[in-house]
Ligand binder design. Structure first.
Ligand SMILES: NC(=O)c1ccc[n+]([C@@H]2O[C@H](COP(=O)([O-])OP(=O)(O)OC[C@H]3O[C@@H](n4cnc5c(N)ncnc54)[C@H](O)[C@@H]3O)[C@@H](O)[C@H]2O)c1
Length: 331
């Protein structure tokens, strides 16, 4: 472990660190370092149980490194937890119990019981707790959100080539959960029915899945998530009264197609409105929103209850996949 050097923060006591600097955590570290460089906080360092990872990422960001997160418990006021999902509960609870503000990556935890422990720890200490449902900060989603009225029917595809990471969880908890969060956020009604099918193809967990989610207000979402594709697709299409919406997270594109006002014939009056986006890095926007919620003492934009709700639906999808598999492949 290197010695901690003292850097002054203009926001008193806002000292940050990142726990877990693998494929995503290294980008958290870069963003915290840049934010600190701009003078808005003090970036203390990174922690990774893999010492080489910790040392490399610390070197890139000119900060200290640690291999045991417990060493940071009394040294920081805000952390990102970007370790494998199975470790979120233990690490998040320990920091929250110390009053440290936590941005925990999605999914919030493996189980609802673990999510509840994390929520309880935050409520007891009063520390801020935010969950990293990053797609809400995608510039295309940011541009689109004010245009959303009452979506009725979604077609969603999230496909990627087989990754070398996050294989501790299936494709539903790994990536479909982004869309499960997004539809609940956009529809704002309770889920009334789940149907799902899924299959392990390369790993021993579900690698490809399709879910049909129905809401009490009648909205329906059909979501396909696969991590055994040949290309990267992150597309959502949906219909709402008088408009058709396209959202492409990968290319940061959003459009709303509707009938132009006063059109004398529908084919003549179709108006495709490509939304203007503010092309900021989604992770930068997410971390800045987390730090703002601390410095301005306000509720983080993605709460632990949002994270729990997305997890609950993801687990519901997995349960239906399991039921379906038992019917199709009876023992
Ligand atoms: N929001 C998103 O879009 C998004 C994208 C990718 C991953 N994630 C989430 O981020 C988390 C990490 O995913 P990843 O793909 O970066 O995984 P990864 O395996 O690439 O990195 C995890 C890192 O954590 C370290 N680690 C493991 N246990 C640790 C411990 N107890 N203490 C300290 N370090 C520890 C590992 O050595 C590794 O370097 C997961 O929860 C995943 O679901 C979110």
């Amino acid at each position: 472990m290197e010695e901690i050097t003292s850097r002054q923060s203009p926001i008193p006591n806002l000292r940050t660190a990142v726990i877990g600097v693998g494929s995503l955590g290294q980008h958290h570290a870069r963003n915290y370092a840049e934010i600190a460089h701009a003078g808005n906080s003090e970036f203390l360092g990174v922690c990774d149980s893999n010492e080489e990872n910790a040392r490399t990422i610390a070197g890139k960001n000119n900060c200290d490194y640690f291999t045991d997160w417990r060493e940071l418990l009394d040294k920081v006021t805000a952390v990102s937890i970007v370790t494998p999902t199975e470790t979120h509960c233990e690490i998040a609870c320990a920091f929250l119990e110390k009053g440290v503000n936590v941005l925990v990556e999605k999914p919030i935890a493996r189980t609802l019981a673990e999510a509840d422990l994390i929520i309880e720890a935050a409520e007891t200490s009063g520390a801020k707790l935010m969950v990293g449902h990053l797609e809400r900060f995608n510039p295309a989603m940011v541009a689109l959100r004010p245009q959303v009225t009452k979506p009725l029917y979604f077609e969603i595809h999230r496909v990627s080539p087989f990754p070398n990471r996050s294989l501790d969880v299936d494709v539903v908890l790994d990536v479909m959960i982004h869309d499960l969060d997004a539809i609940q956020w956009l529809v704002d009604s309770k889920v009334s029915e789940i149907r799902a099918v899924g299959i392990p193809v390369i790993s021993d967990k579900v690698d490809a899945a399709n879910a049909r989610i129905e809401f009490e207000n009648g909205a329906v979402a059909n979501i396909t998530a696969s991590r055994i594709g040949t290309e990267k697709i992150r597309k959502t299409r949906f219909y709402q009264t008088n408009s058709y919406v396209v959202l492409d997270y990968a290319t940061k594109f959003a459009s709303v197609t509707s009938l132009a006002p006063n059109a004398i014939h529908p084919l003549l009056g179709i108006n495709i409105n490509r939304l203007e986006i503010n092309d900021v890095e989604p992770l930068r926007a997410e971390i800045e929103a987390f730090l703002d919620s601390i410095s301005q003492d306000k509720t983080p934009p993605i709460t632990a209850h949002d994270g729990r709700r997305a997890l609950d639906l993801a687990l519901g999808v997995l349960e239906k996949i399991d039921e379906h598999a038992k019917k199709v492949f009876p023992k």
